[in-house]
Write a protein that binds this ligand. Structure first.
Ligand code: PLP
Length: 393
């Protein structure tokens, strides 16, 4: 079949692929432990469910403005002010069908053919594909593991060309969980301002930070940096609302207007009921978020200790999100398997532990483990991984 060129090289999301493979094995009766999930394992907090039910009962089930309800935009604006001391107007915010859709729409409105977008490795799987779908060219910078998986301003500057349109920063990061400091963000932002490129700041894991550290948006560094930044965020990870599909973008009003025009022809508004639920998420206190974070933090420390105990495994300790990104180069080299992908596939086959190979994130030597699972399951998974390593060394 002659499908359009733009989809011919498109690879399915590796994170979704592993999750569905694990689900299929589970359905066949296997005792599979899934560490592949990119979503919190908690139910959506009750007050949010109630708000959605009320919205349905009150008939709030019709089209809304394509770019989102004014009440939700106001709640998002209030959140930016409260959490990050950032000021936005309504025409600088768009509500989208998840943060993924905000990013997709953003690249669609920013990029012309062959425009370059700088993406640090390891990257979230969808950035390069989305850039390519917009006819752009992903340009990669390898964030060194020895530098806590963070890129430096020198690296950023060295990869800017006259075709560079934007660079993507994701802090805390999926898959590494690392968090950039205020100074590091400012230094990167200054490079972007100097070269007049857009900063795409994906802050979807903003609320998932541990050890008393604070999230900082790159946009909060200086006014000049804010003017060049489009912030991407949403309620999926913070409020355990992955299935509701509410995300948003905030920044330059012309960019936001173009995005609103585009979605008005593509999806129209995100689900009205989910928008009402998101208003509740943002106008309620944060006790539920804190409760989920406490559980994640405990799991992080425990799983980290279990994983680094495995011979030849090293791991940068994350500050946020709910992933570990251990380096298994030595483990794979000492095993009969040729690649990390093969090693991961065998681990699922033999020990029934599903995790994601680093290749999908541009990092062949690593694996991604999600700790959005119970402590019991995490402990059992770590034991199985250890056994697998010992069996195949
Ligand atoms: N950005 C990153 C880094 C993510 O990990 C994800 C989800 O996995 C998203 C964006 C998309 O989130 P949403 O569910 O809001 O589309």
């Amino acid at each position: 079949m002659s499908l359009a060129k733009r989809v011919q090289s498109l690879t399915p999301s590796s994170t979704l692929a592993i999750t569905s493979k694990a689900k299929a094995l589970k359905a066949d009766g296997h005792d599979v432990i899934g560490l592949g999930a990119g979503e919190p394992d908690f139910n959506t907090p009750k007050y949010i469910l109630e708000a959605a039910k009320t919205a349905m009962d009150e008939g709030k089930t019709k089209y809304t403005p394509a770019g989102g309800l004014v009440e939700l935009k106001d709640a998002i604006i209030e959140k930016f002010k409260h959490d990050q001391n950032l000021d936005f107007n309504r025409d600088e915010v768009i509500v989208t069908t998840g943060a993924k859709h905000a990013l997709y729409t953003l690249f669609q409105v920013l990029l012309n053919k062959d425009d370059e977008v700088i993406i640090p490795i390891p990257y979230w799987v969808s950035y390069p594909e989305q850039v390519k779908l917009s006819e752009g060219v992903p340009v990669y910078i390898k964030a060194q593991e020895s530098n806590q998986f963070k890129i430096t301003p020198e690296q950023l500057e060295a990869s800017i060309t006259d075709r560079t349109k934007a660079f993507v920063i994701n802090s805390p990061s999926n898959p590494t969980g690392v968090l950039y400091s205020e100074e590091e963000l400012r230094a990167l932002g200054e490079v972007a301002v100097k070269h007049n490129i857009w900063i795409v700041s994906d802050e979807i894991y903003e609320k998932l930070i541990y050890g008393g550290k604070q999230h900082q948006s790159i946009a909060a560094s200086t006014k000049e940096i804010k003017d060049k930044t489009i912030i991407i965020n949403g309620v999926s990870k913070s409020h355990s609302m992955t299935g509701w599909r509410i995300g948003y973008a905030a920044g330059n009003s012309e960019v936001i207007k173009a995005m609103s025009n585009l979605v008005s022809h593509a999806t129209s508004n995100p689900t009205s009921i989910a928008q009402h639920a998101a208003i509740a998420a943002y106008t309620h206190g944060e006790e539920e978020i804190e409760r989920m974070n406490k559980a994640f933090e405990e799991r992080l420390h425990k799983l980290y200790n279990w994983i680094v105990e495995i011979p030849n495994v090293t791991c940068v300790k994350p500050d946020g999100a709910f992933y570990l990104f251990p380096n298994v180069k030595q483990v794979v080299e000492n095993s009969p398997f040729k690649t990390t992908d093969e090693w991961v596939a065998k681990l699922l086959e033999e020990e029934k532990v599903a995790l994601v190979p680093g290749s999908g994130f541009g990092a062949e030597d690593n694996i991604r483990l999600s700790y959005a699972n119970s402590l019991d399951q995490l402990e059992e998974a770590a034991k199985r991984i250890k056994k697998f390593v010992e069996t195949h060394t």
